[in-house]
Design a protein around this ligand. Structure first.
Ligand code: TXE
Length: 496
């Protein structure tokens, strides 16, 4: 099967003119005609122009969503919403190969990985197409017997969906599918770094049967374009995935109109490896957390906590794997790790490596990129371990978001749990142990939105994902995301 897949060149998957917005069911340019460029992070070259929304374009998009919500979308039966989502899934499935290449070029994703991620994208739509049919209120046995009391689950209205660059289309779908399933209309704002695949998704919306205005897409920088959605009183909810600093700004601004929020923010998750663990498995997970999407994954366990007695052996095995890592051009099917997404991200991660050194940790890279002239123009970074760190260092407390793990050692379960929970983040945690009782103690003791025992942190559409503390508010995925996109109305019906 894989052998039949051919290379698609940039010109095979790119549009010739600037990428449009989707407003009121039509692909349109910005009113001002202004565009911005996206770049291929593997070589720094311009990839495409994209129309940049101004305030008047965001206004049009919100008005279209608002009009659709109070117009044709209102009367659409759950069964028909479900069918539209399934039809969109089918259309998407037929485009997965081209979209995988588009994200390969726009986000620098190795093609093999890009294919694997997007192969699962239609199932996001299918999952919510299925569970929306079970969305219901309940009848309440209230104490006043002269009342019949029941609840209804209603959509919120217009949802503003602000998407990051690390999994552009997958995250856009994880926000769109439950919002639409619940009966909302949406305005999507992809990351300005990786907007192309979401624009292509937009081109399938009408064909899937969604009335004009139900799905709108606006492109441009976070501030002002995303911020205009956050401030607009007609937008009932904002769902945002991105950095914690931006999340806090959105939280503050959303207060003015008391918006519903889902915030998927940063992480600094810990992986605890005990001496009685299956070490091969734990090494494999640490390796994957470093190299998957070049480490640009919010749920990756970037604090590696090793029990003292096995730490040296563990690191030897991990280092051997890192030295063998195939870093390369994203379009090469053999490439395991490509570039970071942008020069900005490369600089940010590089700063943290310097900070780690200044703080007294030992910063060690496992690939010599100077010997790879073909990668010189791209945003490449060697996989790097920050050894001999303490949990007080910035490199143990702040999200780095690159192919970097901060390594610490512990003695005993109590110390491991104390270090793991000592973080302003609480997105996920991982523990490797062969002792079932300890595993259950850790499941209870680790303070994070997702706890994985003897397996790496992987989210799937059918299980809720969302962090504690500064990692966020609300849940994405699972039934929780659907419920978070509704509001409960209580109806009290006088019987006498
Ligand atoms: O993200 P931003 P950045 C983390 C990671 C990374 C850091 C910064 O640590 O190093 O964030 O990345 C839009 N109002 N994550 O600066 O700013 C923006 O246009 C409204 C973790 O690239 O959070 C984009 O669409 N919107 C993460 C989206 O927010 C605004 C994934 C994300 O951008 C805005 C990515 C504003 N004022 C980065 N400012 C994860 N949780 O997976 C920006 N945006």
């Amino acid at each position: 099967m894989t052998a039949e897949l051919k290379t698609m060149k940039r010109e095979d998957v790119l549009r010739s003119g600037p990428y449009p917005m989707l407003i009121g069911g039509k692909e349109v340019p910005s009113i001002s005609g202004k565009t911005f460029a996206t770049f291929d992070p593997s070589n720094g070259r311009k990839l495409a122009d994209v129309y940049e929304a101004g305030p008047e374009d965001v206004e049009r998009a919100v008005a279209a969503a608002h009009g659709a919500f109070h117009g044709p979308w209102r009367g659409v039966l759950p069964r028909d919403r479900s069918r539209m989502l399934l039809e969109l899934a089918r259309l998407l499935e037929s485009r997965v190969e081209a979209l995988s290449w588009l994200e390969c070029y726009d986000a620098g994703k190795p093609i093999a990985a890009s294919r694997a991620w997007l192969a699962g994208a239609p199932s996001t739509l299918e999952y919510y197409a299925g569970i929306l049919l079970g969305l219901a209120g309940e009848t309440l046995e209230v104490s006043d017997r002269t009342l019949l009391d029941f609840t209804m689950r209603e959509p919120l209205g217009v949802c503003g969906l602000i998407v990051p660059w690390n999994f552009p289309l997958s995250i856009a779908l994880l926000k769109m599918a439950p919002a639409l399933a619940a009966g909302n209309c949406v305005v999507v704002k992809p990351s300005e770094v990786t907007p192309l695949s979401t624009v292509e998704l937009g081109s399938l919306i009408a064909e899937a049967g969604f009335p004009p205005g139900v799905v709108n897409i606006v492109n441009g920088p976070g501030d002002p374009v995303g911020m205009a959605l956050v401030r607009d009183p007609r937008v009932a909810k904002v769902s945002f995935t991105g950095g914690t600093a931006t999340g806090k700004t959105i939280f503050r601004e959303a207060a003015a109109t008391v918006k519903r929020l889902t915030l998927e923010l940063g992480g600094k998750s810990a992986s605890l490896v005990f001496a009685d663990a299956n070490l091969d498995k734990a090494v494999g997970v640490a390796y994957t957390d470093m190299v998957r999407n070049s480490g640009q994954v919010c749920g990756a366990c970037t604090r590696l906590l090793l029990e003292e007695s096995i730490a040296d052996a563990f690191l030897e095995a991990l280092e051997a794997k890192l030295r063998a890592l195939r870093i390369g051009l994203p379009g090469d099917p053999a490439t395991e790790m490509g570039p970071l997404v942008s020069p900005t991200q490369l600089a940010r991660v590089g700063d943290y490596l310097r900070i780690g050194g200044d703080e007294g940790a030992r910063v060690q890279s496992y690939s010599d990129l100077r010997a790879r002239p073909e990668l010189a123009e791209g945003c490449y970074m060697a996989p790097t371990l920050i050894h001999d760190a303490t949990n007080a260092m910035r490199v143990a407390r702040e999200e780095i978001f690159g192919p970097v793990l901060t390594v610490m050692r512990f003695k005993g379960e109590d110390e491991a749990v104390r270090i793991a929970n000592d973080s302003r983040y609480g997105l996920a945690a991982c523990a490797f142990t062969g002792d079932a009782s300890r595993a259950m103690r850790l499941a209870r003791a680790l303070s994070a939105g997702t706890v994985c025992i003897n397996t790496g942190v992987r989210s799937s559409v059918d299980a809720p994902f969302g962090g504690f503390r500064e990692s966020g508010v609300g849940k994405e995925r699972g039934r929780e995301a659907l419920l978070d996109d509704t509001q409960v109305k209580n109806v009290r019906f006088g019987l006498n």
